[in-house]
Design a binder for this molecule. Sequence first.
Ligand SMILES: Nc1ccn([C@H]2C[C@H](O)[C@@H](COP(=O)(O)OP(=O)(O)OP(=O)(O)O)O2)c(=O)n1
Length: 158
Amino acid sequence: MTGVLENGRVTLEELKEKMAEFARERDWDQFHSPRNLLLALVGEVGELSEIFQWKGEVPRGLPDWKDEEKQHLGEELSDVLLYLVRLSDICGVDLGNAALRKMEMNAIKYPVKLCKGSSKKHTQINVDNSNVNGESGGAATDQGINSYIKSTSAGDDV
Ligand SMILES: Nc1ccn([C@H]2C[C@H](O)[C@@H](COP(=O)(O)OP(=O)(O)OP(=O)(O)O)O2)c(=O)n1
């Protein structure tokens, strides 16, 4: 593997390649099955959760945390990301493009004019909207998502 330890513009593609190389070098492809990777990912989410467990809410930027605590946090976040990237690769999913597409769908599901300043679930927003306007906001949003899916070539994956 290359010795590059810091890169200001890390890509998902780069992480995918490095994880593939990491596994190949160790003859670990045999262990990196979808189910094993999913379980490993969930385990790392548990380790990440432990860092915040019982602390109560913490301010953004974690101003009171020691450097070692932040470094540990970075390690657990990385484990989650790396297993997620590897799981996507092994499942044949282009994670970067899937995420971009999902964000487009989220934007349709949560129109700014209906949800600005509100943390409500889209189902609740649509119910509230239909009550006000006497029409189904949910159906309108579903139509928006459906037409988005049809307009994208990856629509068959949904
Ligand atoms: N079969 C494996 C084992 C490890 N890793 C990689 C991905 C993770 O980034 C990291 C996980 O390693 P550990 O299972 O040792 O977990 P931790 O790093 O969290 O260590 P610990 O559980 O001791 O805190 O190593 C991997 O790709 N495949």
